[in-house]
Design a protein around this ligand. Sequence first.
Ligand code: XIL
Length: 356
Amino acid sequence: MSHTNRFRMPVLALAAGALLATGVAAQPASAHGGPPLRTLAHRADVRIGTAVDMAALADDRTYRSTTAREFDSVTAENVMKWESVEPQRGVYDWKPADDLVRYARAHGQVVRGHTLVWHSQLPGWLTAGVADGSIGAAELRVILRKHITTEVKRYKGRIQQWDVVNEVFEEDGSLRNSIWLQQLGPSYIADAFRWAHAADPRAKLFLNDYNVEGVNPKSTAYYELAKRLRAEGVPVQGFGAQAHLAIQYGFPGDVSANLARFEALGMQTAFTEVDVRMILPVDEAKLATQASYFRRLLDACLGARSCKSFTVWGYTDRYSWVPGVFGGQGAATPMDEGYGRKPAYGALGEGLAAGR
Ligand code: XIL
């Protein structure tokens, strides 16, 4: 899996894909009698979060009220990414990100900042400038420092955790061959954490990636990096496992052991982008397997003192990124496209109710 701008797609196409994705009846949200997830999460001393689609938040009242009722942490699905906040060089658009931070404050939610350094969803002026040589390495480093400093300072005191670097390793544990590595060398990672820390010393600063839930060469590369950076005094405090899972690939091995080794370094851990996709069409057996995957991830989190937040990458299939990106797959979230509760929603509720 790689993430490029081609993953962006019109909302209409997403919605159409989501509508095709289901057909299995689920409880409408309003029929639920039990406490919201965030109430249960509070008792379990964990934050329950979701990625937020700002277009949906503006247009869809049910989305707005459900996001507030069920979650006590939010992550911007797109609007804090570099292409969104600085679409032209020196021309910033903070409005949607400001809106999310304000919404979170109004509803007693913390915010995960996502993301400062990534190879994907970069502004065109930056990638074009590097490609044509008009932005050289020295200038790129200055630009990166300014980007991190500007964004982190803007939300100083209002972002609980920042994904400082996102997806910097390949599956084999080698550093990803991004423009950051090519132009700046491996030291860009430590620099990014130092700059972010200087801009907001109280925010918890995270590494974040996919396919790092269990113990494997990629997560081990993160472990070695984190150990080395912390020994050098670099301010890296958290390890985020995105957890974009798929039932057809099986559940990752050694998830608890993986969290435990980062915890042993003195770091926080988190699941930051959980969804569990399936090959369509949906059926009861697939939904049951999906529910068990959500529950096993949640249980791993609740079983680790270091794991203080569990964030889903969207909670309704109505707005999930999955159908647009993974051909023939979908239904990856705990609610269907009509906000009906799937077995995965119940599994999360039961897991949170069971507590740590
Ligand atoms: C995805 C969003 O969900 C899409 O709307 C967008 O088109 C592409 O990015 N890993 C990440 C997230 O860190 O930022 C990605 O979000 C999903 C994979």
